[in-house]
Design a protein around this ligand. Structure first.
Ligand code: UDX
Ligand code: UDX
Length: 457
């Protein structure tokens, strides 16, 4: 039996540890966080995050072998393996501001581990970090006069929100990177043994530390790059009467490319893609690889353009003015099946529409509380409305900004009747039946498809 500790009870730490606790009943798993409110929520029936399947697992294992606490120091002292999943936001100050990862929480955590340890431990990087962070970690942890040795292992998370539990239960692969020394390899094996409790060994890839750290950044960069690529093609589709859904299907059937991550959208969001690519860009610049840096930076620039262009298309379509017009935004979560709004394109669209002096109403099944916090500086100008029918009442336009399946199932006939004519719908996720909406009377603008309007061309 081992005492496993996770520092950071967020989107990554919480679900990851719940699944580990479920499959490793022989181990005790503690999850700690500096945020008392968050820990109290993990201990209650109202978990701090919404993730399908999460609550069931937490209720099954909580207080059996999964525990949540704010007593970080005590649990460090008692642990054998420590996963660190504190946040690593983009630096907002000093050297590398706007690109580099801010590692202050990470370093503080390393020092806290050292201070409270009286036995050797395996420290696992779960957070996404710049390549060679493990080296800095080792230096901090192993510069001690207690005679203690710490092994640092990289085990990046590949969880996508909304499917985090499924991704943990049945991942394409788990990656564990470590030092080639014998103690490094033992540490790798200890982490492999945890995952091998429920995964076939061939799905657990072991590499050296730097490959593991870099693979995480590269995987996110490649995923985001596909979205920016299909979004770039969508613009060309709109000019040429090609249809991006058809193009994506045609491209994706090539087995070398595959069908996933080819959905054109108002832009990618989430806490990782932008942060990790900028982190990669910073690393390239650090190593004087300027052309490589520019190449990856373009993925983020394309995404910024995507959000701005979406709003500018709305304004143009609505007779070049949205001032005073009620506009219902359907969805504020950065993707479906999550309450998370971090870097959500919907927030950027909302702010740009407010600049245009539109009256913005936001509707979302799970993410309104987070959106209220994100938009607290403009809260007086935004209406938050859980019922999409009420949100669309007397609106001039609807914009679909999150691909919640329930938005495709609404009664658009009734919605249309309650809106101000002429009605506009902007499908930023291409999830609606555009032909049918047009027949109902909407002027329909989808991504990468010719608009369907009732105006003479
Ligand atoms: C985040 C990033 O999104 C991800 O890329 C990175 O790999 C890990 O950090 P996430 O779990 O989504 O992952 O972040 P968040 O939900 O903000 O959770 C981090 C938690 O760490 C927070 O609850 C915060 O209170 C906690 N924390 C932070 C500590 O416990 N101690 C600290 O010193 C700093
Ligand atoms: C991502 C990675 O997928 C995951 O492996 C990593 O650990 C963390 O970052 P996440 O951000 O939770 O996960 O969600 P993801 O499903 O990757 O979606 C990111 C964004 O891209 C969302 O805004 C989503 O709507 C958008 N997206 C995704 C598209 O616009 N088009 C697509 O085809 C796919």
């Amino acid at each position: 039996m081992a005492n496993i500790l996770c520092i950071g009870a967020g989107y990554v730490g919480g679900p990851t540890m719940a699944v580990i606790a479920k499959h490793c009943p022989q181990h005790r798993v503690d999850v700690v966080d500096i945020n008392e409110e968050k820990i109290a929520a993990w201990q209650s029936d109202q978990l701090p995050i919404y993730e399908p399947g999460l609550k069931e697992i937490v209720l099954e294992v909580r207080d059996k072998n999964l525990f949540f606490s704010t007593e970080i120091d005590r649990h460090i002292a008692e642990s054998d393996i420590i996963f660190v999943s504190v946040n690593t936001p983009t630096k907002t100050f000093g050297q590398g501001a706007g690109k580099a990862a801010d590692l202050q929480y990470w370093e503080k955590t390393a020092r806290q581990i050292l201070e409270n340890s009286s036995s050797p431990k395996i420290v696992v990087e779960k957070s996404t970090l710049p390549v060679r962070t493990a080296e800095a970690m080792e230096r901090i942890l192993n510069s001690n006069d207690k005679g203690l040795f710490f092994d640092v292992v990289s085990n990046p998370e590949f969880l996508a929100e909304g499917s985090a539990i499924r991704d943990m239960e049945n991942p394409d692969r788990v990656l564990v990177g470590g030092r080639e020394s014998s103690s490094g390899q033992e540490a790798v094996q200890a982490i492999v043994d945890i995952y091998a409790q429920w995964l076939p060994r061939e799905r657990i890839i072991t590499t050296n530390l730097w490959s593991s750290e870099l693979s995480k950044l590269a995987a996110n960069a490649f995923l985001a790059q596909r979205i920016s690529s299909i979004n770039a093609i969508a613009h060309l589709c709109e000019k040429t009467e090609a249809d991006v859904t058809e193009v994506a299907h045609a491209i994706g059937t090539d087995s070398r490319l595959g069908p996933h991550f080819l959905r054109a959208s108002v832009g990618f969001g989430g806490s990782c893609f932008k942060k990790d690519i900028l982190n990669l860009v910073y690393l390239c610049e650090y190593y004087s690889l300027y052309e490589v840096a520019t190449y990856w930076e373009q993925v983020v620039k394309m995404n910024e353009y995507q959000k701005a262009n979406f709003v500018s298309k709305m304004v143009t379509a609505m007779f070049n003015s949205v001032a005073g017009k009620r506009i219902a935004l359907f969805g504020v979560a950065f993707k479906a099946n999550t309450s998370d709004t971090r870097e959500s394109p919907a927030l950027a669209v909302c702010r740009a529409l407010l600049e245009e002096r539109a009256q913005v109403v936001i509707s979302d099944p799970y993410a309104l509380d987070n959106a209220r916090t994100d938009l607290s500086d403009v809260a007086e100008q935004v209406i938050f409305e859980p019922d999409p029918y009420v949100a669309a009442q007397d609106a001039h336009a609807i914009a679909i900004l999150t691909e919640w399946p329930q938005f495709a199932e609404l009664d658009y006939q009734a919605i249309h009747a309650a809106m101000i004519q002429p009605t506009f719908i902007f499908d930023g996720r291409n999830i609606l039946d555009h032909k049918k909406l047009h027949q109902i009377g909407f002027n329909v603008y989808a991504l990468g498809k010719p608009p369907r309007t009732h105006f003479p061309s």
